[in-house]
Design a protein around this ligand. Structure first.
Ligand code: AMP
Length: 440
């Protein structure tokens, strides 16, 4: 008799393990081990800006897209290719800020800062966003430290800004050189632009496709071109210094004199134009004198004068200048040359034994914190052995140990971790006792 075929066991589809969520391209995490270098950069930024009379400003990450289109310029790479812009559900067209200057000028106008005594000096450390091709030293989110001076057209301001940028790098252990140029006023630059276009038009067949586009849209950027085939063309091209108006020339001479006086090393670079439209007169960039070609080739910071920007954004004419330092590149340079400082350890470790001990130890930990004594703990652990091992690993000088007996007696044990000796103290005097021991 044929046996009835057993129905095949219903196959349960193998449960797929969820895939880890990938990080967005071009974004980076800053892990705990890298925080000491970031802390050092932020502290230096704060120290130098307040020493030079700057006040901190924070602007939102999101701005109206038109701010950057009008301020930075429609034909610039930053706006044309790299802007993170989108429409909100409310129908606003907004952008993640790609740079800090236009938002600060917007805030200066909006909050009537032109009514304050001039100049207004502002600084920031903030994330910027550019949808650029990610590579080493180029990220889609990066931090900038920047300083802006609004309401002063003097050459001494340009020099002072350069000094702050230079000292920022120097005092963080980075030897850098400043490259500097003047691109004149909007009028003198327009004349120069015409001369440059006439020159490159006659050599058009030697230009790359990218440079041909630049010739139409933003001819000054051809001077930035790294294309080896046109380096000799560039050398023969008209130079901006010959087209500068008298005022820009004198201004530039003064900036250089002040830099000489302050001992800041600089190189004149007639090809330096900077990527953004808003610059006038002085433009500069910082380059690290690094052995590592990759690190030495890209600028760590840059800036210049932007006397026309406030008016362009609807404010009254206001002379202004500033710089922005790329902290991620500074970080890469620091990391390449020095080891991170050891994270600061606490001298005290608060250990507990049993539930009653844990409760009292929590209170003691809090008391120590209020008294300014930072301590380590492992309140989640049960074993005292494990806690002592941790205290040793963290190089604590003293452990405070509280168990059930100590809770009942109103005491605490202080263990000298090096000597291995212990003493019992009145728990109400714990802060005093530890202060005494730590000051020895
Ligand atoms: P910029 O005003 O575009 O010259 O930017 C000033 C500085 O910001 C540069 O010198 C870089 O150090 C830094 N920077 C600009 N773009 C990026 C990026 N995509 N990733 C990391 N740093 C950047």
């Amino acid at each position: 008799m044929p046996t009835a075929k057993k129905p095949a066991a219903k196959e349960t589809p193998a449960k797929k393990a969820p895939q880890p969520v990938a990080q967005v391209r071009g974004m980076r995490d800053t892990l705990p081990e890298d925080q000491p270098l970031w802390d050092a950069m932020r502290a230096k930024a704060k120290e130098l800006s307040s020493a030079y009379g700057f006040e901190r400003i924070d602007t939102p990450v999101l701005e109206e897209t038109s701010l950057f289109v009008r301020g930075v310029g429609k034909q610039t790479d930053v706006v044309e290719k790299e802007l993170y812009n989108f429409e909100t559900s409310g129908g606003e067209t907004v952008s993640l800020r790609p740079e800090g200057t236009a938002p600060i000028v917007r805030a200066y106008i909006q909050h009537g800062m032109f009514n304050q005594p001039q100049p207004v000096k502002l600084w920031y450390v903030a994330p910027m966003f550019r949808h650029d091709r990610p590579q080493h030293g180029r990220y889609r989110q990066f931090q900038q430290f920047g300083c802006e001076v609004l309401g002063d057209g003097g050459a001494v301001i340009d020099a002072q800004l350069i000094v702050i940028g230079y000292l920022f790098l120097k005092e963080l252990g980075i030897d850098a050189t400043v490259q500097i140029n003047s691109i004149g006023t909007a009028e003198s630059r327009a004349n120069y632009r015409n001369a440059l276009v006439s020159y490159f038009r006659t050599k058009r067949n030697r230009l790359s496709e990218e440079d041909k586009k630049r010739l139409l849209k933003n001819p000054l950027r051809i001077l930035d071109s790294k294309d080896p085939a046109i380096q000799d063309l560039k050398a023969e091209a008209p130079q901006i210094v010959d087209w500068l108006d008298e005022e820009s020339k004198t201004h530039f001479m003064h900036v250089l004199e002040y830099l000489d006086e302050l001992g800041v090393p600089y190189q004149l670079n007639p090809y330096l134009v900077r990527g953004l439209d808003y610059y006038t007169k002085t433009v500069f960039e910082f380059y690290a004198n690094s052995q590592d070609q990759e690190l030495a080739q890209s600028s760590v910071g840059g800036g210049g004068r932007f006397d026309g920007l406030t008016e362009l954004l609807g404010g009254r004419p206001t002379a202004a200048a500033g710089f922005a330092m790329g902290m991620d590149r500074v970080f890469n340079l620091m990391k390449a040359t020095r080891t991170a400082p050891e994270p600061k350890q606490s001298d005290i470790f608060v250990a507990h034994l049993g539930e009653q001990g844990r409760k009292r130890a929590l209170a003691v930990f809090e008391e120590l914190r209020k008294a300014g004594i930072s301590s380590g703990e492992a309140f989640g652990k049960e074993s005292i052995k494990g806690q002592m091992e941790l205290a040793n690993r963290r190089k604590a000088k003293f452990a405070v140990i509280i168990g059930q007996k100590e809770v009942l007696d109103g005491t605490a044990i202080i263990r000298d971790m090096d000597a291995g000796t212990q003493e019992i103290v009145d728990v109400r005097k714990i802060v005093h006792e530890l202060q005494k021991k730590l000051s020895k």
